[in-house]
Design a protein around this ligand. Structure first.
Ligand SMILES: [Zn+2]
Length: 333
């Protein structure tokens, strides 16, 4: 196949996202300014039953801190952040609770922020990734579910078990650990991985060493992501990555003709969810060297600039549609 879809947008090698469970207003104290400084978007996970209220959940380390309200969450959207459902109550979700915790929580949150909520994020632990919870996530139209498993995600990762890397000062006993700003990066570089960091609300000192990092540790993490990643890391909110992942996996390329003067393809978007509202793909086309002097692609008959990225290889990043036709051709023909 001379036309292929890159594993990640912009042909980046690996991907970095970060999530903040509980969506506390105190993120403005340290975390959000660091995001603004480095240009990396964040993502908050909202306990919908306590939207805007001071936290009061069991013996949570964050009781007494205030959850963001709708206007404060909308402000994050304008900063390029994303918002997920962290359940209604933050309790262990039993089968008879899914309509409230997964369904109603999503509806209420979407109405509050006036935007789709495509991601569920398990509260507590992976007990909230049980079969009945994930089944309810599919039924209520989520695109993915985030767990508390420390592992990479890959271009073919199942989206109803997305892994997250705990960006915490120390791990729980018996696996005590030292904070590692390089955590999972080399692994991601080698395996086209997608790291999603997970913390709560970094302050000067972590509220709990097993649940958070400090603001200096967060800053060190971003510096490390960018210095290690250089041009090869794609920093994006999880939804943008999910949209790419879904569009790539549902796109089929049909070759209509492949001759000495042109290569003609048609794209088929098979069963792609309407909730995938950004349908951008980065594609590579192998073409003869003489065509690279004027690197163009004709998309449904209209010429667009393509980029030469190595000899005989052109790259384009485009919004795709079902039935779209792409033609690469000899500019002298
Ligand atoms: Zn939580």
């Amino acid at each position: 196949m001379a036309l292929t879809i890159c594993p990640w947008k912009h042909n980046k090698t690996w991907v970095y996202s970060i999530t903040y469970d509980e969506a506390l207003i105190d993120l403005h104290q340290f975390a959000i300014p660091i995001h603004e400084e480095y240009g990396i978007p964040g993502h908050v996970e909202v306990v919908v039953g306590q939207l805007g209220e001071t936290r009061n959940i069991g013996n949570s380390s964050y009781n007494g801190y205030r959850h963001m309200n709708a206007a404060e969450l909308k402000d994050l959207l304008t900063r390029g952040w994303g918002i997920g459902n962290h359940s209604w109550s933050h309790e262990l979700i039993q089968p008879d609770m899914v309509d409230l915790e997964i369904g109603r929580a999503k509806d209420v949150l979407e109405a509050a922020i006036d935007a789709p909520v495509d991601l569920y994020c398990a509260p507590g632990n992976n007990s909230n990734m049980s079969d009945h919870v994930l089944k309810a996530c599919r039924k209520h139209g989520y695109l993915g579910a985030m767990s508390l498993t420390d592992a990479l995600n890959r271009p073919n990762t199942p989206l109803f078990w997305i892994n997250r890397t705990a960006l915490h000062e120390q791990y729980y006993a018996p696996f005590f650990s030292e904070y590692d700003p390089f955590r999972n990066i080399r692994h991601a570089q080698a395996q086209n991985g997608w790291i999603i960091d997970y913390c709560h609300c970094p302050l000067e000192k972590p509220i709990h060493p097993n649940k958070d990092c400090s603001h200096l540790q967060l800053r060190k993490r971003f510096e490390t992501i960018l210095t290690e990643g250089g041009d090869n890391v794609w920093c994006a909110v999880p939804e943008e990555v999910l949209f790419y992942h879904q569009t790539r996996r549902h796109t089929q390329i049909e070759t209509l003709s492949d001759t000495e003067i042109q290569k003609h393809y048609r794209l088929h978007l098979n069963n792609l969810s309407d909730r995938v509202t950004c349908r951008t793909l980065t594609l590579h086309a192998d073409v003869p060297a003489p065509w690279c002097r004027s690197p163009n692609v004709w998309i449904d008959g209209q010429p667009h600039l393509a980029h030469l990225i190595e000899p005989r290889k052109l790259q384009i990043t485009i919004t795709v549609t079902d039935g779209m036709e792409l033609v690469f051709k000899d500019p002298s023909a």
